[in-house]
Design a protein around this ligand. Structure first.
Ligand code: FAD
Length: 434
């Protein structure tokens, strides 16, 4: 049996795909879908997220984005949700170009029980000449990589998105980008797991249980109690390595003792390093959900304001998600006046009309950051322990690819996220900057 530790979008996706592939799986999480995945905006936007130093991340994002249409369709099927009627659903390419109205084709997908999976692209907008130059450079870079982007004038931007500020001078449309409501995705994943008979144990894992080979009863309550099971550390602070030997045989639960496993997949997001010495740190993100009687935007809109990135993600029901701060404050999930002020101030520069909207919810989540911003997916180096963590800003986007990697379906990308790669050798602690 595979035990998945952590029931966020990553752990639940891995569990569901493994179960679909015929594996016997159990998920353990005291509060599934309550971590970063609950806060996330749900942009599936590898192109817009990329920077010049993040080409490997772009490759991962593009591969995962390509998997999203089938992932969404199969998830809906397994969760018993109605089939999607959106533009990207089933079409596979998700690209509609600058001519799309952004308001159509939402039937079925933006409904109350769908995933709100949308494929109308992302629009990056620019205000000043520096921003415009940066977008030009980005467009050139994308061209070189063979990725589809369209450079737009300010007028063309406003034709696409009439609510944009008149001061927007230009933009870059990534027509292949998509987005989804992560909360709907995690509820659908939980429903799909239930329908497949996959147990979700609502308990905290206290530690991983390792068979040191010195005792006879490994991976049982007795093993942990008699010292034949020990806490597995996936490294010694210098990266992830086999360490002192032994095989991970299960997990020690807070109330029910040891749960034996052939393989443990650690997918506990920012909390992963409580259980293994992985180079993952919490990166706080504050985010605001505004309510509008009808959608204010037809696609995701992003921009740099006061030197900070800000984005707005529209939902089919009128919700407008405004995010997000990036703060290195350890395990702090307080929503602060300053964080909210900056988000709303910057978002208003992009779309002045947001000031009329009702505030629906404010929240903060902890992204699982890594030293090189790439996730840790695959064998940890400790036998019996695989990792599916460190997804930082892109766990929703990367969920389908993560599951595929653990199923051995994407071997050419495996080395990019190999947890044993040299770049993960430096363990960052809260306070460090990416
Ligand atoms: P989490 O969702 O944090 O889940 C970890 C789970 O592990 C939790 O449920 C927790 O209860 C459980 N756990 C912890 N300790 C234990 C234990 N000891 N035993 C058992 N279970 C345990 N990504 C995108 O792709 N697109 C976006 O637009 C986007 N926007 C974001 C906006 C914000 C404000 C934030 C904070 C993040 C955003 N992200 C986005 C990033 C994304 O949310 C994360 O990368 C992703 O949610 C990570 O998923 P996860 O399952 O690894 O972690």
């Amino acid at each position: 049996m595979d035990v998945i530790v952590g029931g966020g979008v990553v752990g639940l996706s891995v569990a569901w795909r493994l179960a679909r592939a015929g594996r016997v799986v159990t998920v353990v999480d005291p509060a599934p879908a309550s971590g970063a995945s609950h806060a996330a905006a749900g942009m599936l936007a590898p192109v817009s997220e990329v920077t010049y130093t993040e080409e490997p991340l772009l490759r991962l994002g593009a591969a995962s984005l390509a998997r999203w249409p089938a992932f969404a369709a199969e998830l809906r099927e397994d969760a018993g949700l109605p089939a999607g009627g959106g533009a990207g659903e089933g079409a596979g390419d998700g690209a509609r170009g600058a001519g799309g109205d952004g308001g159509g084709d939402r039937g079925g997908d933006g409904g109350s029980d769908g995933l709100d999976y949308r494929t109308d692209g992302t629009l990056d907008v620019a205000f000043g000449s520096d921003d415009l130059a940066a977008l030009d450079e980005l467009a050139g870079f994308m061209d070189k990589l063979g990725l589809r982007v369209e450079r737009l004038t300010g007028r063309e931007c406003r034709r696409l998105e009439p609510m944009l500020a008149p001061s927007v001078r230009g933009g870059l449309l990534a027509p292949g980008d998509a987005w989804v409501d992560p909360r709907r995705v995690t509820s659908a994943l939980l429903a799909a797991l239930e329908r497949r008979g996959v147990p979700v144990v609502r308990e905290r894992v206290l530690e991983l249980v390792r068979d040191t080979g010195t005792g006879s009863e490994t991976g049982t309550r007795a093993a942990a109690g008699t010292g034949t099971g020990t806490t597995a550390r996936a490294g010694t602070g210098t990266g992830i390595e086999t360490g002192a030997g032994g095989t991970v045989r299960g997990v020690l639960l807070e109330d029910s003792g040891v749960l034996a496993a052939e393989r443990v997949v650690l997918a506990a997001g920012a909390w992963s390093r409580d259980l293994a010495d992985v180079p993952v740190r919490p990166v706080k993100g504050q985010i605001v959900r505004l309510r509008s009687p009808r959608p204010l935007l037809g696609r995701c809109v992003r921009g740099m304001v006061h030197g900070q990135p800000v984005y707005l993600v529209p939902r089919g029901d009128g919700e407008l998600v405004v995010g997000a701060t990036q703060e290195e404050l350890g395990f702090d999930t307080r929503v602060t006046a300053g964080g909210l002020y900056e988000l709303l101030r910057d978002a208003r520069e992009l779309v002045p009309g947001i000031t009329e909207l009702e505030v629906g919810e404010v929240s903060a989540g902890l992204r699982p950051g890594t030293p090189d911003n790439l996730p840790l997916i695959g064998p940890s180096g400790v036998p019996g322990l695989d990792l599916a963590t460190g997804h930082h800003r892109g766990g929703v986007l990367l969920a389908p690819l993560t599951a595929a990697l653990l199923l051995g379906e994407e071997d050419d990308l495996a080395s990019v996220c190999d947890p044993r790669r040299p770049a993960t050798a430096t363990v960052r602690r809260p306070g460090a900057q990416t």
